[in-house]
Design a protein around this ligand. Structure first.
Ligand SMILES: Nc1ncnc2c1ncn2[C@@H]1O[C@H](COP(=O)(O)OP(=O)(O)O)[C@@H](O)[C@H]1O
Ligand SMILES: N[C@@H](CCC(=O)OP(=O)(O)O)C(=O)O
Length: 374
């Protein structure tokens, strides 16, 4: 299975998640020196052509320090307040460090619901992809002001996996305070052995993975589950120690560090099933011959110009069937416009979208990344 590690060298897009256990000096605010080292590595990765989305915890820990609290509060509203205060310090630290590399950062606060709501999903996806295209490093955290469940469990691993699905990352890198997943929690079992490679979703892993420390609380259990979620869109997951020198650069060179969790299915197959499993199709777009060829033979997105007729009742973000003029299914995909807008721009050039609708959304009716050929 060395192929999995080899893929890290060739991959184009990573989601890197840095956990609470690692970001803080024993709960005393943020470890600014460590942040500066990770940022240097990410800048080097970017320079080598890799796109990176950063998912960073640490807002609660930093907020606690700023507010002068020594122990993690139990009341959810206090946790939320600490997260809101600490998030300022967190983004400040990343912004200042990336500025040394003349790289812009962007703050993105998401909730799990943003991933299950179709419209918000596409909105978040469009923003993240635009930021990546602009060379910006998005810094993502949970929007703790508007959720309670996630902050109680302190789990950004799931968020990392959902973001990996959202941007169709090749890899999800979970940096934590242990060298990887061990056969048992090494805090309690000194004889535990590091697992170098396994299959994401292997149930045996769940039995080995325990919960986390006093700050980061999801532990390995949420990391193992995150790997399974990331595998849905074909991403490999690596669990590794953020304290290891040049860990990110060495992973990029396919060095055998940490635990690699490989999807059971090939990325294309996994992605296909993942998109197809999203929802029931709500409508049909019938294409002209040129558009069918563009999709099938040239790997293009579907533009409004190539659509001849539309049926069904769908909203932005829902699944539609894409067929040729003889009713043969060509593809399935998540549509960028609701049925009324889609009907108005059908057959038109993308440059006319704004004058027809009064606003400019995406130029594609269905983006290639959200489309699977039949
Ligand atoms: N099988 C295991 N292998 C390694 N670490 C484990 C295992 N089971 C539980 N853990 C614990 O998980 C912790 C990391 O999770 P957590 O504290 O949530 O970190 P983070 O904030 O980085 O997400 C480790 O400090 C470790 O004690
Ligand atoms: N969103 C919060 C809690 C997230 C959290 O701690 O997650 P994790 O790093 O997975 O243990 C924070 O940034 O502190």
């Amino acid at each position: 299975m060395a192929i999995g590690r080899e893929k890290l060298k060739r991959s184009k897009r990573w989601v890197i998640k840095i956990g609470s256990a690692l970001l803080t000096n024993d709960g005393q605010g943020l470890d600014l020196e460590a942040i500066s080292r990770w940022v240097d590595q990410i800048a080097a990765l970017k320079a080598s052509g890799l796109e990176v989305v950063l998912v960073s915890s640490g807002s609660v820990a930093e907020g606690m320090t700023r507010l002068g609290w020594d122990s993690r509060p139990h009341e959810v509203s206090k946790l939320q307040a600490a997260a809101a205060v600490g998030q300022m310090g967190l983004v400040q630290a990343y912004e200042a460090n990336f500025r040394r590399h003349e790289t812009h950062t962007a703050q993105i606060l998401l909730t799990h619901e943003d991933h299950s709501n179709r419209k918000r999903y596409l909105n978040a996806q469009a923003t993240l992809k635009e930021l990546l295209a602009l060379g910006v490093v998005p810094v993502v955290n949970e929007n703790d002001t508007v959720v309670t469940k996630e902050i109680r469990f302190g789990d950004n691993d799931t968020l990392g996996a959902l973001v990996a699905n959202l941007v169709q990352a090749d890899a999800l890198i979970l940096l934590t305070d242990q060298k990887g997943l061990f056969t048992a929690d090494p805090r309690y079992d000194p004889g535990a052995i590091l697992i170098s490679e396994a299959r994401a979703g292997d149930e045996a892993l769940e039995a080995m993975a325990g919960d986390g420390g006093k700050l980061g609380r999801g532990g390995m259990a949420t990391k193992v589950r995150a790997a399974k979620l990331a595998a849905r869109s074909g991403a490999v997951t690596v669990i590794a120690s953020g304290r290891e020198d040049d860990v990110l650069l060495r992973l990029r060179e396919s060095e055998q560090l940490g635990t690699l969790l490989v999807p059971e299915k090939e990325p294309m197959v996994a992605r296909k099933q993942w998109i197809a499993g999203h929802l029931q199709a709500r409508g049909t777009l019938v294409l002209d011959e040129g558009a069918v060829k563009a999709l099938r033979d040239r790997g293009k997105s579907l533009l409004p110009a190539g659509v001849r007729s539309i049926s069904g009742d769908f909203s932005r973000g829902e699944m539609v069937i894409i067929s040729d003029e003889y009713g043969r299914i060509v593809a399935r995909g998540l549509v960028n416009y609701g049925v009324e807008d889609a009907q108005r721009i059908m057959g038109k050039a993308s440059r006319d979208i704004e004058s027809v609708l009064g606003f400019m959304g995406e130029e594609e009716l269905v983006h290639r990344d959200n489309l699977v050929l039949a």
